[in-house]
Design a protein around this ligand. Structure first.
Ligand code: ZN
Length: 495
């Protein structure tokens, strides 16, 4: 198998990828919380780990890819005090909580499919694994790294830090964490502000609750990934991934839970994608720059000047290395749209190139292209470099089209195969990039109206007034207002 190098957040360096049980690879990625639509920030980990999944599979590994659904609606960065958002939404809209979770899960799947992300091998739900999470809490209690307080159970960070080190992933130390959190609300039922909830007693108005030895309540957010990762991938597995915003506290807490319960760490390689900013700002509901994926696909948001096809979003994200930040703007997405179009046009050129008996472009060119693309992918999944090699290759395609270079049928076939391997199979791009967007649909509908009105013009020229009126009246019934002008016609749709 080709050697592969990955950056491990845990050791802060690039390492040779050596799975524990090759050719099997276990990969766990933190999935969405399903109380709202996924936004651009969710597209990035989904696409990043889709690339990891595709590439490892291509190299010959048998990857078990687990991505969870968080359907107990924890507040994102503070599982301790968070109100259950799914329950709240359900209460306000008089729905069963699982109805809310299912609705947004379905919409998440639609968005992932549109973005060309392959489904994970297993998609476990937090609510379906309460028993496993309770078991984890019991183990941590028995090991002496947790305590019960008023029906809730908290992880005892100070006790843990005496035996092990809390903060190994984020590089923070416990004193800093405590000093930084002192300003927050009182410690309350916790011994220490840095302690985090493993089990939370439910308040009377809380509708998502399960019985446990401690209280009727719900698990702390960090528990689900530790419990489900271990259930499906074993107590030691290869890759755990997610966005960089999850390093602290979520993944730090996961490491502490694993070590506290089983004595050692569960995960070998921690992989984190960087964040997407919008015009240099972090995304957030309060900032008004929180754009959901369905809004990108429809163009229905005040910050969007047009709709963007899902493939444009994918290409936009792949144009940056997953560990660099990406700044969204309409201009940047429009540039990605043009870039993707150029790449797809280049691919279409393969079928128009005339082959000859001898070629100036030989097999060594194709082999060189493949090696360069493999080298980039095997160097920590460097997709922007792969894309630049594909653009270089499309320049050669143009020279072949213009007859400035020549190629044999055999070399052309190998060239096409290499180009599509990286473009479609490994980068996961798809042809027909702008199909399916509302802008593309409107353009197509407009063309149909023009076609009908051209027929009406012909009917008028032939003095076939019945047909001419029929077309006008039928269009009017659909809301199209047709006006005869000096040179022909104009129309608009009255919505
Ligand atoms: Zn997680």
């Amino acid at each position: 198998m080709r050697p592969l190098v990955v950056y491990n957040t845990r050791t802060r360096q690039k390492e040779a990828f050596r799975p524990l049980n090759a050719p099997h690879v276990g990969m766990y990625v933190c999935g969405p919380t399903v109380y709202g639509d996924a936004h651009l920030g969710h597209a990035r980990p989904a696409i990043t780990f889709d690339i990891v999944f595709r590439y490892l599979t291509h190299l010959g590994y048998k990857v078990r890819y687990v991505r969870n659904i968080t359907d107990v609606g924890h507040l994102e960065h503070d599982a301790d005090e968070g109100e259950d958002k799914i329950a709240k939404k359900a209460r306000l809209e008089q729905l069963e909580p699982m109805e809310v979770a299912q609705y947004y899960t379905n919409r998440f799947h639609d968005a992932m499919h549109a973005l060309g992300c392959l489904p994970p091998s297993i998609e476990p739900h937090a609510t379906g694994h309460i028993i496993e999470q309770e078991q984890l809490v019991k183990e941590i209690l028995e090991a002496g790294f947790a305590y019960e307080s008023n029906g809730s159970v908290y992880f005892d960070v100070e006790a843990y830090n005496k035996k092990h080190r809390y903060g190994v992933l984020s590089g923070r130390n416990l004193d800093d964490i405590i000093n930084n959190s002192r300003e927050l609300a009182g410690v309350g039922e916790k011994k220490n502000q840095a302690d985090f909830a493993l089990w939370k007693k439910a308040q009377p108005e809380h509708i998502m609750r399960w019985p446990s030895p401690w209280s009727d309540g719900f698990p702390g957010w960090h528990c689900e990934c530790t419990a489900m990762g271990r259930k499906y991938l074993g107590s030691h597995f290869d890759i755990h991934g997610g966005g960089m915003d999850l390093v602290f506290p979520h993944h730090e807490c996961e490491i502490a839970q694993a070590v506290a319960s089983q004595g050692d760490e569960m995960v070998h390689y921690w992989i984190h994608n960087n964040m997407i900013t919008i015009n240099g700002q972090k995304m957030g509901k309060s900032l008004g720059n929180f754009i959901t994926l369905p809004q990108f696909f429809s163009g229905d948001h005040e910050k969007l000047t047009q709709a963007y096809a899902p493939m444009v979003i994918r290409f936009f994200i792949l144009q940056a290395h997953y560990r660099s930040t990406v700044d969204f703007s309409n201009e940047a997405l429009q540039a990605a749209e043009k870039g993707l179009e150029r790449l797809m046009d280049a691919f279409k050129a393969f079928d128009r190139i005339k082959t000859s008996n001898e070629g100036t472009v030989g097999m060594e060119f194709v082999e060189g292209l493949k090696e360069k693309c493999y080298d980039a992918m095997s160097d920590d999944f460097n997709t922007p470099i792969v894309i630049s090699h594909l653009f270089d290759a499309s320049r050669t395609l143009n020279l072949l089209l213009d007859g400035k270079e020549t190629i044999t049928a055999e070399v052309l076939a190998a060239f096409k195969e290499a180009f599509s391997l990286f473009t479609f199979d490994i980068l996961g791009l798809q042809q027909g990039a702008s199909e399916g967007t509302s802008a593309a649909r409107e353009e197509a509908y407009g063309e149909v109206v023009n076609m009908l009105l051209e027929q009406r013009m012909k009917a008028k020229q032939n003095k076939d007034w019945a047909t001419s009126d029929l077309i006008r009246d039928r269009l009017a019934a659909l809301g199209f207002e047709v006006k005869d002008t000096k040179d022909g016609y104009s129309w608009k749709l009255n919505k």
